[in-house]
Design a protein around this ligand. Structure first.
Ligand code: PRP
Ligand code: MN
Ligand code: MG
Length: 183
């Protein structure tokens, strides 16, 4: 039986590498947010796995919430249109906000989110992303905490999808081009 793993050309970041980088970032976050009671926001759906890892490495009081914004739909190319599919449950005014993302590509999703949170009078807004793909950036978004800088390849796994699939791979890998070329 052919499984998801056969669709992957190369593993970029293994489960243990991701665990290690989450611990390192978590230490910094613990120090930076000590007694600040941050609101940690997971950007659905891609960031769920990294979110679950990161919050367990933050050793201080923190609240969590979820937002669903989508720019890609089912394609491989950003539409540039960012839609809010689910908003936060709590007000952000005066709060220290930490956004958790799986990847920053063009930066459009995060630019929109940061603008929105600042408009709602958040005290601070910082970004923590597992992957950063600076080559593709069209907005001036600069993350504050980065797991790995990723080459300009179509990556999936650990939350990242292609047509809704592969999010449950326990590593980040490069998708074989033949998988998306026929679509
Ligand atoms: C992906 C990814 C980031 C965003 C990055 O989300 O998870 O949120 O795109 O792209 P950008 O920097 O070009 O905006 P997507 O919109 O595919 O939704 P998903 O997380 O539900 O897969
Ligand atoms: Mn996303
Ligand atoms: Mg997606």
């Amino acid at each position: 039986r052919l499984g998801m793993n056969e669709d992957i050309k190369e593993i970029l970041y293994s489960k243990s590498q991701i665990k290690e980088v989450s611990k390192q970032i978590g230490k910094k976050l613990t120090a930076d947010y000590l007694d600040k009671k941050p609101l940690v926001i997971c950007v659905l759906k891609g960031a769920v796995l990294f979110m679950a890892d990161i919050i367990r490495e933050i050793d201080t009081y923190a609240e969590i919430d979820f937002m669903d914004v989508s720019s890609y739909g089912d394609g491989t190319v950003s539409s540039g249109e960012v839609k809010i599919l689910k908003d936060l449950d709590v007000p952000v005014e005066g709060r220290e906000i930490l956004i958790i993302e799986d990847i920053i590509d063009t930066g459009k999703t995060l630019q929109c989110l940061v603008d929105l949170l600042k408009h709602r009078k958040a005290k601070t807004v910082k970004i923590c992303t597992l992957l950063d793909k600076p080559e593709r950036r069209v907005e001036g978004v600069v993350p504050d905490y980065v797991g790995f800088q990723v080459p300009n390849e179509f990556v999936v796994g650990y939350g990242l999808d292609y047509q809704g699939m592969y999010r449950n791979l326990p590593y980040v890998g490069i998708l074989k081009p033949e998988i998306y070329e026929n679509n």
